[in-house]
Design a protein around this ligand. Structure first.
Ligand code: AMP
Ligand code: MG
Length: 421
């Protein structure tokens, strides 16, 4: 028997939430995880810092030479005296510790300590030497070629702030401070389930009217970039009882549950109904394409995202909404999305009343940016994302956008091969 459902046929759905309102609703409903743990420095890559990191030392922690050369005192160098007596050597890790007197110099290697009596290093290449006596024709300027304590990082300085996602540079910096373990947020558990009678495992042969379940692999890949524990709950058929059972099991074991498919108004779409029964639906329609039917809510404490089934919709809604939710949950600051303006190389059809995220190819020619669609824009065409290097973001109020118009572009990365075309 056919079920009566909310109407989702009207493209100009007045009940659909704006992208901004949906994001606000999501962020308000999530609080950051409280639990943290210590991990060793190498394992800290990609994790979220729980506490500010304050440096206990100066980096560098001693005055040292930026060059191989000779450490001298500039004050000793004048019209009458243009030579120094080189009385010793200072290597990195092997300093010269005796006092350096007037008109004396120390041969110093890069990173070697510059003795306290010296205030400049003359490059080796600018020196002439006879026995112990060195001289130069170059001008010597106070502090030249000297690296000072704290020049990179000062003692007591806050080097990294809580909420920072630790990257390879941070790891290098932490190591330069002698920090071998870091206090980071515990990994939240993120589970996903695919729904659909048509779905078949990638290990099996496919029959007519079946579809390989690619969404779980897509989600696995998307989630891999986050410091989270990934839990795969497999596939569930379009049966209320089975969906309910799976959602209960997964929501008890996860901080976030992401489902795909079954969230629209088709006769086999039960996800919203089950969410309503087990928990709370915050909203389920967003004025966005792709991604309009998206059920967001909670099952007890578990944050719930019912994403649409079409793979492109999965990627776009993940980028737009799940990403923000995960950032908030992990106690990370929200991403600053770099946007550019580019000239459209073709006209694009668009309906008023919803934001659209077209998949595009951004390219630069003669210092100007141009963009075109990356192929067919149906939400089932995942190759349009494969071939894209950006989203073309078209605002709610825009209609058909003509060729030559300036549009807002959100690049995926700044090093795409398409930039050189
Ligand atoms: P639905 O949202 O369930 O109506 O599904 C919309 C479209 O996405 C249908 O063509 C489905 O076959 C397809 N789809 C749903 N789930 C998946 C999945 N896990 N992998 C690939 N395609 C899917
Ligand atoms: Mg379905």
């Amino acid at each position: 028997m056919k079920k009566m459902k909310d109407n989702c046929f009207n493209e100009f759905d007045p009940n659909a939430m704006s992208v901004e309102a949906a994001l606000e609703n999501i962020l308000k409903s999530i609080s950051s995880i409280k639990t943290s743990e210590y991990v060793d420095l190498k394992s800290a890559f990609g994790r979220i810092l729980s506490k500010n990191i304050k440096s206990k030392i100066n980096v560098p922690n001693y005055k040292n030479s930026a060059m191989d050369g000779y450490a001298v005192n500039v004050g000793d160098f004048n019209e009458k005296n243009k030579t120094y007596d080189c009385i010793g050597e200072s290597f990195a890790g092997n300093p010269f510790l005796k006092p350096v007197k007037k008109n004396q110099a120390i041969k110093v290697m890069t990173g070697g300590m510059v003795p306290s009596g010296c205030n400049a290093v003359i490059m080796k290449e600018l020196i002439t030497q006879k026995g112990r006596v060195i001289s130069t024709k170059s001008r010597i300027i106070k502090d030249q070629n000297i690296r000072f304590p704290g020049e990179d990082i000062k003692k007591n300085e806050i080097v990294l702030k809580a909420g920072k996602e630790i990257d390879e540079i941070d790891i290098g910096i932490l190591a330069s401070l002698g920090i071998d373990r870091v206090f980071v947020k515990k990994k939240p558990k993120i589970g996903f389930v695919s729904t659909g009678d048509e779905l078949v495992s990638i290990k099996k042969p496919i029959k007519i009217s079946q579809v390989y379940d690619s969404n779980r692999y897509l989600l696995h890949g998307l989630l891999k970039k986050y410091p989270v524990e990934i839990k795969d709950y497999g596939v569930v058929k379009d049966k209320i009882k089975s969906i309910e059972k799976k959602f209960v099991e997964a929501s008890l074991n996860c901080d976030v549950l992401i489902t795909t498919g079954g969230v629209s108004v088709g006769d086999a779409d039960y996800v919203k109904e089950v969410l309503e029964k087990l928990g709370k639906v915050n909203f389920w329609k967003i004025a966005v394409k792709p991604g309009r039917p998206l059920a967001y809510g909670k099952i007890k404490k578990c944050i719930f995202f019912g994403l649409p089934g079409n793979p492109v919709s999965v990627v776009v809604t993940f980028n737009l909404f799940v990403n923000a939710a995960l950032n908030k949950l992990m106690g990370k600051g929200q991403d600053h999305v770099l946007s550019l303006e580019a000239e459209l190389l073709m006209s694009i059809k668009k309906r008023k009343g919803r934001k659209e995220y077209k998949r595009g190819i951004l390219l630069s020619k003669n210092n100007k940016l141009y963009v075109r669609k990356s192929g067919l824009q149906g939400s089932n065409i995942l190759s349009s994302v494969k071939d894209a290097n950006c989203y073309i973001e078209l605002g709610e109020n825009m209609r058909e956008v003509p060729k030559g118009a300036k549009v807002k572009v959100l690049p995926f990365t700044l090093t795409s091969e398409h930039y050189e075309q």
